[in-house]
Design a binder for this molecule. Structure first.
Ligand code: BEZ
Ligand code: FE2
Length: 407
């Protein structure tokens, strides 16, 4: 048993003071340090630095580790020139991204307090790293392929990867999961088969959706920049699906849709009505010129969202605090203290609920995934603790996963 003492604890009831938590692999009690010492006299007592806040470990629901080698290869500014360079450099980038590089990025996430991440995997290359990293990993095996001719082969490869991730579920913190690449890149027949696999095994399900204006135009009109792309690389000139057909394919199973920046209010309302959620990647959206997700509309519709980094294919770091600061700047019209609280919630309790994990809250019975943030000075107003946490933190001062210390 461990007892962790800090000036503040972030709980579902808000920030509380003069309390500590007792935990083994789950949280056992939240009480005064004195009471906990009486209840657990043999516990290891850990005193945090002054002005520290105990948070549940942070959750990054959407990252592509296999693109960690990208620094300047991919063109930023606009979605289609970026996608062209992904096709051009994909083999080189994935080829030179070895386990050491991916493990280094898991460590960056760990230092920023991330105790769980959702790894979107196109090839299965990162499975070994995800088995070894201390974090919990929701391993999203991604299905891609719009050409019906190759669909069976691509689906077969996808199922092999799903099985490989299922086979390491027992001895690691891996949860097998399914990802659909996007509406424009997955044939509806294999899409439905993959959704059925997620349903059958109750696996978390995710899909990129309406990331760019080019995607919207292609799905609605069969025109625009993606038309030239498909003519050039795939020798086709018609989309395999449309927005409605794609959304309806997920009707009976809650799905984590990534981006949705170009979804309109009716589409967002539809997603909300079906129990879906959104992965919001502010820096990725900005760097690829995709626009701003109206999170104020999501709030009104009660459509849950997480804030996630996406991969280094469209980002400059996997530090979750860098992402939260970017979100503060991107959503410049939002009241800053309220926004800061919502952002913290989006990477803790909301993200855990979205991924179906029993962490994300400092609450008795929850898994003991914990990140301690040490503020630079005593916070003068309680309502600003979330904001100072976001603005002043680069790395956490302590971190526990399943009750074990890792930072
Ligand atoms: C496709 O198979 O249609 C596809 C693959 C990668 C990017 C875009 C489309
Ligand atoms: Fe992504």
């Amino acid at each position: 048993m461990k007892i962790l003492v800090a000036d503040y604890i972030y709980t579902p009831q808000g920030y509380i003071q003069n309390k500590a938590i007792a935990f083994n692999n789950t949280i056992q009690a939240i009480e005064s340090p004195e009471n906990l010492q009486k209840s657990y006299p043999n516990a290891e007592i850990i005193h945090s630095e002054a002005n520290s806040v105990i948070y549940p470990g942070f959750i990054n629901t959407h990252v592509h580790l296999e693109f960690s080698a990208n620094k300047t290869s991919l063109k930023y500014g606009s979605f289609m020139p970026w996608l062209d360079t992904v096709i051009e450099h994909r083999e080189d980038l994935v080829g030179c991204c070895d386990n050491t590089m991916m493990m280094g990025e898991c460590e960056t996430m760990l230092k920023s307090g991330i105790t769980t991440f959702g790894a979107i995997s196109s090839f299965g290359n990162e499975l070994e790293v995800c088995e070894k990293t201390p974090q919990r990993v929701v391993f999203f095996n991604e299905l891609i392929g719009s050409n019906a001719q190759y669909a069976d082969m691509l689906y077969g490869d996808f199922m092999e990867r799903v099985k490989a991730s299922q086979s390491c579920e027992e001895e690691s913190f891996i949860t097998p999961a399914v990802a659909i690449h996007s509406p424009y890149s997955v044939h509806p027949i294999i899409l439905q088969k993959a959704v059925n696999v997620a349903k059958q095994y109750q696996l978390p399900l995710s899909a990129h959706f309406l990331e760019s204006q080019a995607e919207r135009q292609w799905l609605e009109e069969g025109e625009g920049e993606l038309k030239a792309f498909f003519e050039k690389f795939f020798n086709t000139s018609t989309p395999v699906t449309n927005i409605e057909e794609f959304m309806y394919a997920f009707d009976t199973y809650p799905t984590h849709f990534t981006h949705a920046v170009q979804a309109n209010k009716e589409e967002l309302a539809y997603l909300a009505s079906k129990g879906h959620s959104i992965a919001h990647c502010p820096r990725s959206n900005r760097y690829l010129g995709c626009g701003r997700l109206p999170i104020e509309t999501l709030k009104k519709l009660q459509l849950p969202y997480s804030v996630a980094t996406d991969g280094l294919s469209s980002n400059d770091s996997l530090n979750i605090f860098d992402e939260l600061r970017a979100a503060v700047m991107l959503h410049h019209q939002a009241p800053i203290q309220i926004l800061a609280k919502q952002l913290i919630q989006s990477i803790t309790s909301d993200a855990a609920e979205i991924l179906g994990l029993d962490c994300g809250k400092i609450e008795v019975g929850k898994l003991a995934d914990i990140a301690v943030v040490t503020l630079r000075e005593e916070p003068k107003r309680e309502e600003e603790i979330a904001l100072w946490t976001i603005l002043h933190t680069k790395t956490v001062s302590r971190l526990f996963i399943n009750g074990e210390k890792h930072v």
